[in-house]
Design a binder for this molecule. Structure first.
Ligand SMILES: [Zn+2]
Length: 466
């Protein structure tokens, strides 16, 4: 891949133009009104893949949005097979009036491409595709077998991914999943994600009476549902910020000393972080830094709370029922299915006097983690060091995605190459892609294909084959 720099230099304008054309397709997966555009985006991408020299197909399952599958298997049985994962659907764009240029009219300003999907995630699929296309054209082949799985419903929570993997998982099989949908700490502080958090999401309903009661007739003698729910939820964490549900930490893998060193090495500015969040304090589990708490520790949040009278003026009522949405972020090896009854039992056991609690399960996502010394992480680290000219640090992402589902279905670990920056405003108005990071991502992808074939990396990867 000696001429990758020359390629990037010579083709930069054409690459940005090609990406812009794709970003102009409003593939919003959460709004059924855009279903045709999501399909259009998939077909457009499949066309780009074919042009690059891969065999591409648009695949979908019943009730799901179209995904793109592509492959180039010319490296043969003895070479590692890499499956790049990402998505071509995008978030909605409102409030539209806050965009400087329209979300689906891509524009380049100050070294960035502004468009919905530019960073999350079309740009990140495009640099992988561009790297593969360049190597196929220049070298006539790739050192690895390369597959792409580009989802069309990630922003909608990947509702049919399990069905998709059951139906098409065999074709996606690989030695490493190369996730191209995450971020890095800063453009000059490249980082590699090694874990994503999982999730357990509940709705709590608390009832204290058959119907609302008059506070003059009953005030001072009967339980109040809103107050009871507030009391219950106030006990969710102890004074050290730990989740008080018994057994919640049983399967938590502690951060290793090396992982803590990597977190500590990041130039984290507590004050800047606090100001960015617009908060006056950073409470959390005692004994862990903010970055460790976000990436490596479980967290709990009351996402919504309602009940009683909330209209205009006053109404003297004692509410009979109250509701809350409660979500937990999980870390390896916590399992949402195992935690579900623990929270249900805690909520029922801790219900204040006279309150009846019902817990409804909304959904769960398993956490995903790849050890730092995994050969794939070593390959990605070397590739990023070559592209950025800086040794990357390993970090963890606090969000949740379908990575674990993919990893379980394909029997391979996830390795992450993500170039999103905190300033990219993903999911928000004026989403943008830092083009310097995009081109470095392209270089890193090309280098990674090569690094994956090093004997000390390919050896263990191939040994892991089922
Ligand atoms: Zn994404």
């Amino acid at each position: 891949v000696a001429d990758i720099d020359a390629f990037v230099k010579g083709a930069s304008e054409a690459l940005v133009a090609e990406l812009s054309e794709w970003c102009a397709i409003p593939s919003i997966s959460t709004d059924p009104a855009y279903a045709r555009q999501v399909r259009h985006s998939a077909e457009h991408l499949a066309g780009l893949m074919e042009t690059a020299g891969l065999h591409a197909e648009v695949l979908s399952v019943d009730g799901g949005q179209p995904a793109v599958y592509a492959e180039w298997l010319g490296a043969g049985e003895g070479a590692p097979t890499i499956t790049v994962y990402g998505h071509h659907d995008v978030q909605p764009v409102d409030p539209l009036e806050l965009w400087t240029t329209p979300p689906f009219e891509p524009a380049v300003r100050d070294g960035c491409l502004y468009a919905r999907g530019a960073s999350d995630d079309k740009g990140q699929i495009h640099f992988q595709l561009a790297a593969a296309r360049h190597l196929l054209a220049a070298d006539g082949g790739l050192p690895v077998n390369l597959k792409f799985f580009v989802e069309g419903e990630e922003e909608a929570g990947s509702p049919t991914i399990d069905t998709f993997l059951a139906e098409h998982g065999e074709r996606l099989s690989c030695d490493v999943i190369f996730v191209s949908d995450t971020g890095m700490y800063a453009a000059d502080v490249p980082t590699l994600v090694t874990a994503m958090r999982g999730m357990a999401y509940f709705e709590v309903e608390l009832r204290t009476a058959a119907s609302d009661l008059h506070s003059g007739e009953f005030g001072g003698t009967v339980p109040n549902a809103v107050e009871a729910l507030a009391r219950l939820l106030s006990g969710l964490k102890d004074d050290d910020g730990r989740i008080a549900v018994p057994g919640w930490y049983d399967d938590v893998l502690e951060l290793t000393a090396e992982e803590r060193d990597q977190f500590a090495a990041l130039p984290f500015d507590r004050e800047h972080f606090r100001r960015t969040a617009g908060v006056s304090a950073l409470p959390g589990e005692r004994g862990w830094s903010p970055l460790e708490r976000i990436g490596g520790r479980p967290s709990a949040d009351v996402c919504g709370l309602w009940g009683g009278y909330t209209g205009v003026g006053s109404k003297t009522v004692i509410p009979a029922e109250a509701h809350a949405k409660v979500s937990f972020r999980l870390v390896s090896d916590q399992d949402p299915d195992r935690l579900r009854p623990l929270f249900e039992r805690w909520a029922v056991d801790n219900a204040p006097e006279g309150a009846e609690v019902r817990v409804r399960w909304l959904h769960g996502v398993k956490p995903c983690r790849t050890p730092l010394d995994h050969p794939g992480n070593q390959a990605a680290s070397r590739a990023v060091a070559r592209a950025w000219g800086v040794e990357p640090l390993f970090t963890r992402e606090g969000g949740s995605g379908p990575e674990r589902a993919l990893s379980d279905a394909l029997g391979a670990s996830c390795v992450y190459l993500g170039v999103m920056l905190p300033s990219d405003r993903i999911h928000a108005p004026n989403e943008r892609l830092d083009l310097g990071n995009y081109f470095n991502g392209l270089r890193a992808a090309a280098y990674a294909y090569e690094e994956f074939t090093r004997p000390e990396i390919a050896g263990p990867l191939l040994e892991g084959r089922r």
